[in-house]
Design a protein around this ligand. Structure first.
Ligand code: FAD
Length: 492
């Protein structure tokens, strides 16, 4: 049995702690915030009508088997702990020309919906893209998503072994792949948008990201009754020793090995192994400076961040799906030019994403709780960042987004019971995520996957589990990161 200190109680930290506990180790999780969950956050607001509860981070759960495996390995099965609901549509996509379709996990039905909404053989176009996406998924799932990597060499060797290197086309971007299969510009936008699920620009992200829509549509999009946030509580219940309000200031090293953590206030906690769930930039930049790792992270483009509106609304919106995506009339590229630009700026006309769960547990009767998300440049100074704390900036942008919602057919301004906004600066503060980057580094550029920190650090006894490490961000990948790390550490 090893004593293991886990830095951070995000999903990655909780998942690895639950797995390592089940493997017989003595695990303590240290979380700087007052509650567990990290980016999987909760915001509650009570009015005379009742209480609104918002997921402030993830609103869509994909690849549910990853969580079924996690729960089965650590205690009662998932189905006995959380109530997952399959969504249909997974999301309602709306375009400026009035076209609209809902995604679903039945390929034939989805093809028929595309034909009905877009015409012009859209279903057949998508079917050809889908076949390619399936081949990419099959080639990358085991060797990449579910396996550790140890830097460029291993990953390159794994890539060479992959059965279908031609399918992955490492030289190609997601936009390029979409353009070669999808002649309908609306379908191209639909496919390109999935790059943002890894914090990236589809024009620079690799074609391999076609695996993202494949995984979502093949295995469905899911909601956890009561809010996705309930996942964090269910995982925390499997970790016997979680200490919130406990910031780690340093990883202790003795004889060249990670030997514990130092907490704010100065107390030292000894451990045989340390697992960092904290963002890798924070880890290698300040908790345990490792210049080579820091330089490697600096070579990658940071992930985009998000600007969020939380709206408590009176009344109900006819025909509103659980998730709605509202595309702008103008070119999609403008959003990425703004968000990843130098200088960066808030996108003036971004895609709007609305999540409005029809769940009595999260909104009072006769009301709706809307989470509205747009991609945003990260917070900070220097290239690609902006100071979201600049007077009036976030407030003004929140008003702009309400006006855009109205322009695109969802005018809720006279129904607002209350509204709150959260900028990248708020995300940085709440989850200790540098710049409020959602996914650590982005997948921009063909080398991005090689630059993402490995789960086993170069410092003996120090491991990483979380969205800024391999294999990446998003709830299922973070849980896979924890699975890989627990596998590297092994049983007590
Ligand atoms: C707005 C938004 C929308 C999203 N939508 C989706 C979605 O729909 N579906 C999806 O799958 N994913 C989504 N994601 C991504 C998903 O939330 C993340 O990939 C995932 O939650 C990251 O988990 P993590 O454990 O890697 O990191 P985090 O959640 O960032 O956890 C890291 C934890 O470490 C703690 N920590 C950091 N430094 C220290 C320290 N020094 N001492 C102690 N504790 C420390 C932090 O406080 C934090 O709790 C979204 C994220 C955001 C922000």
């Amino acid at each position: 049995m090893s004593r293991i200190a886990v830095v951070g109680a995000g999903v990655g930290g909780l998942a690895v702690a639950a797995r390592l506990t089940a493997l017989g180790h003595r695990v303590t999780v240290f979380e700087q915030a007052g509650e567990v969950g990290g980016k999987l956050g909760l915001y509650s607001h009570t009015t005379a009508a009742g209480t609104f509860r918002f997921d402030t981070g993830p609103s869509l759960l994909t690849m549910p088997w990853v969580f079924e495996d996690l729960f089965a390995a650590t205690g009662d099965p998932l189905a006995e702990v959380l109530s997952l609901r399959a969504l249909d549509p997974i999301a309602d996509y709306r375009y400026a020309d009035g076209a609209r379709f809902g995604t679903c996990s039945d390929p034939a039905e989805f093809g028929a919906r595309l034909d009905a909404a877009l015409g012009g053989g859209a279903g057949a176009q998508w079917a050809r893209f889908w076949d390619r996406a399936e081949r990419i998924w099959a080639a990358t799932r085991g060797p990449f998503l579910e396996s550790p990597v140890h830097g460029f060499g291993t990953l390159a060797r794994q890539a060479v072994r992959m059965r279908d290197l031609a399918a992955i086309a490492p030289w190609r971007s997601l936009s390029g792949l979409a353009a070669s299969y999808l002649s309908d510009p609306r379908l191209r936008r639909f496919a390109e948008r999935y790059a943002t699920y890894t914090g990236s620009d589809p024009r620079r992200a690799p074609a391999a990201l076609a695996a993202v829509p494949y995984a979502e549509l093949a295995y469905g999009g899911w909601y956890a009754e009561g809010g996705l946030r309930t996942l964090a509580g269910a995982l925390a219940a499997r970790c016997p020793d979680v200490r919130t309000g406990c910031a780690v200031t340093r990883i202790l090293v003795r004889n060249g090995r990670a030997a514990g953590v130092e907490l704010a206030g100065g107390s030292a906690i000894e451990a045989d192994l340390v697992v960092a769930n904290a963002d890798a930039e924070h880890l290698y930049g300040s908790l345990l400076p490792v210049p080579s790792q820091r330089r490697r992270i600096a070579r990658a483009t940071p992930s985009l961040s998000g600007f969020v509106l939380l709206l408590g609304l009176r009344g109900r919106t006819p025909g509103l799906a659980h998730h709605t995506v509202l595309f702008p009339a103008g070119p999609y590229s403008a959003e990425f030019d703004a968000v990843f630009g130098d200088p960066a700026r808030p996108a003036p006309d971004p895609v709007l994403y609305v999540s409005a769960p029809d769940d009595p547990a999260v909104r009072p009767d006769g009301h709706e709780a809307w989470f509205v998300l747009v991609n945003a440049p990260r917070h900070g100074t220097g290239p690609g960042a902006i100071d979201w704390r600049a007077p009036g900036l976030a407030e003004g942008y929140a008003q702009r987004l309400l006006a855009l919602l109205a322009e695109r057919g969802l005018d809720v301004r006279d129904r607002i019971a209350f509204a709150v906004h959260r900028s990248p600066a708020d995300l940085e503060a709440s989850a200790a995520a540098p710049g409020g980057a959602i996914y650590g580094t982005s997948s921009n550029g063909p080398r991005a996957a090689f630059l993402r920190p490995a789960n086993r650090s170069p410092v003996p006894g120090l491991f990483l589990a979380g969205g800024s490490a391999h294999p990446g961000g998003g709830l299922p990948l973070v849980a896979l990161s924890a699975q890989i790390t627990a596998g590297l550490i092994g049983p007590a």
